[in-house]
Design a protein around this ligand. Structure first.
Ligand code: SAM
Length: 338
């Protein structure tokens, strides 16, 4: 890939000295599930004409890689429900080893049985699969429309295809907090790492305050049964990892609420309409769709990306308590891409 090899010396550095090397790209705002903490049941989705084409996404990704991006994560909505998405994985996968270190995705797993082999062939080596519970009724309640067996089949297919699977679970008070030990044990038995996430105040959804569960509490409870040893292991994201002696696997904690990790933020997020958000929890943005549609000149695109990074905010202001039961940002997680 010729253009991937020409990495500009002018790497992306924000006003706080943070190198921006990780781009998360949401390829659709649509999803085949309706997780209660993520989306409202009656979401209005974007008209197709507003979406970046897969070619436009690849062009923007290429511009980022030339500016020093080492890791791309494809997300959504549910990325695997976007028509033709495998052709995007093929294009982006061809950049691995040519500036890009890693191409990965976050998925709910419903389509993995169909796509796991092709993802591996395209150059994907690791996938994050969201799974908040191992109980079929609970899974149906949390996802509103989902079937646990479909996601478990997808996870099994990913493993069989040789993809490393990390399970992402949002810890929710009164919903799955009694199951975290089971998730640790199941991940250990299946050979998956587990990552727990604190719910974040994004978009209007019901019960956020009631369901917010600080991971500091979860970790203290886990220590009663498991031997956790902190490790320096990182995957390029915000999780802090511990080895679980009894399972031989790792457990990660993503704690935007109880421990703000913005000081080491290396990421920006591109939505499926080409809006670049420089912070998950702020409204600052740049319209890259207008730039790619205005001209074929990638110099202008690189300039727009640099100008956006020069405005990256210091961090988010997430708070969840009874005085702050409004979302920090109006958009749902499915818009920005979790
Ligand atoms: N559909 C894919 C999936 O399920 O993984 C990718 C998109 S989804 C928005 C990405 C992740 O964000 C999921 O793990 C989901 O549980 C998480 N998520 C969604 N809304 C969230 C919120 N308000 N706070 C914390 N995590 C959230």
């Amino acid at each position: 890939m010729a253009d991937g090899m020409m990495i500009s010396p002018a790497r992306l550095t924000d006003p706080f000295g943070r190198s921006i090397t990780y781009v998360r790209i949401s390829v659709t705002d649509r999803c085949d599930l309706r997780c209660v903490y993520c989306m409202a049941e009656d979401m209005t989705f974007l008209p197709k004409r507003d979406l970046l084409t897969l070619e436009e996404i690849d062009r923007i990704a290429g511009a980022f890689v030339r500016l020093g991006t080492r890791k791309l994560r494809i997300t959504g909505g549910e990325p695997l429900v976007r028509r033709g998405v495998m052709s995007l994985f093929e294009r982006l996968g061809a950049r691995v080893g040519y500036g890009l270190d890693e191409l990965t995705l976050t998925t709910n797993g419903t389509q993995l049985a169909r796509y796991a082999e092709a993802l591996r062939a395209a150059g994907v080596r690791r996938v994050n699969v969201s799974l908040d519970t191992l109980d079929a009724d609970r899974f149906a309640d949390i996802t509103r429309w989902g079937k646990l067996s479909q996601t478990l089949d997808g996870i099994a297919a990913a493993k069989a295809a040789g993809l490393a699977v990390k399970i992402n679970a949002v810890a929710l008070k009164g919903v799955n907090e009694d199951e975290i030990d089971d998730l640790v044990a199941w991940c250990g038995a299946e050979g998956h790492d587990l990552c727990l996430i604190e719910t974040m105040p994004m978009g209007e959804v019901a019960h956020r305050v009631d369901q917010y569960l600080p991971l500091s509490i979860v970790r203290a409870r886990l220590r009663r049964r498991w031997t956790l040893t902190e490790t320096p292991y990182r995957t390029g994201g915000p999780a802090r990892y511990y080895d679980v002696a009894e399972t031989g696997r790792r457990i990660g904690f993503i704690t935007p609420m109880t421990h703000n990790f913005c000081e080491s933020c290396n990421r920006v997020r591109l939505t499926c309409t080409g809006t670049l958000y420089m912070c998950l929890g702020q409204d600052d943005q740049a319209d890259l769709r207008a730039v790619v549609r205005a001209s074929d000149d990638d110099t202008a695109l690189a300039g727009a990306i640099r100008a956006a990074i020069a405005r990256k905010p210091k961090g988010h202001d997430f708070v969840i308590d009874r005085q702050h039961d409004r979302p920090a940002v109006a958009r749902h997680m499915s818009v920005t891409g979790g």
